[in-house]
Design a protein around this ligand. Sequence first.
Ligand code: AMP
Length: 213
Amino acid sequence: MKIIMLGAPGAGKGTQAQMIADKYGIPHISTGDIFRENVKNGTELGMEAKKYMDEGALVPDELTVKILLDRVAKDDCKNGYVLDGFPRTIPQAEVLEKAITEIGDKIDFAINVDVPDENIIRRMSGRRACPACGATFHIEHVPPVKEGICDKCGKELILRDDDRAETVKNRLEVYHKQTQPLISFYTERDVMRTVDGTMDRKEVFEAITAILA
Ligand code: AMP
């Protein structure tokens, strides 16, 4: 099963993608995670990507498409995958479609996790991340046991640059301009489904599994 998660940054599509991956035994592929890993390891790709990520802009398609196509060509993707954060532009979707069609396959579902902008801004500015182990928390919804400290490794938590209110607003603008057109793209291909992302994560997951069943 090949699934694409759509939705604004912070809509919860990463969490849902991981739950789908666990249930169906397919890899969860997040281009954002791949970029962050590269930033952390100080690779050339990471240094280039960081310039865009810190501003809430998209990393150029030339860089992004190649890492994604290399990833989905790996053995563990033979039975499918769930993509989280890719495609983000129509050209990315076209390249993906071409690559999948060439191997005689297709995308089964594109799932839009729908959350209004106001909720997103509230959710994201409350996020806290551990710079050491990558664990994430939320000051309202998933607070760490000790305020400001990572439960897993004891490091001081930070507000990631890309979760700052200013950056979040930029990212939402970028989302509406560049990514939202994908809803029409996948609607035309008859694979588009929308779930209400304001429900709690279990209910969102139930709505998604009802679609995939
Ligand atoms: P995410 O964790 O998916 O929200 O991604 C974090 C950041 O990585 C985004 O704000 C972009 O700067 C970059 N990024 C991730 N996926 C893509 C993509 N498909 N195209 C361009 N930039 C991306």
